[in-house]
Design a protein around this ligand. Sequence first.
Ligand code: ZN
Ligand code: ZN
Length: 95
Amino acid sequence: MKTQKCIICGKSIGEEEEYIECCDCNSRMHKGCFDGELLTDANGNPLCPICASTEALDWLDELIASYTTVYKRDPRGENIKSRLQNLLKILEGKA
Ligand SMILES: [Zn+2]
Ligand SMILES: [Zn+2]
């Protein structure tokens, strides 16, 4: 088995170290880096941060597309927009 790097911390996973494997893309994560609360699919299977975010966005895409008019009518729709803009800033390293 070749050495693999942990997708979360970027360091290699040693032969004797315990790891968790993403059920979608098979990326590995140190057991200590993995957050079982945050990084699971609906069935409780482990996901890496990329696959977990992709699943969450798939869900959000569908939610927002289905109820577009509600976001426009309800003043809280503005909060949703600013939170999404904040996420973008974090991903772009501007926050
Ligand atoms: Zn790690
Ligand atoms: Zn993954």
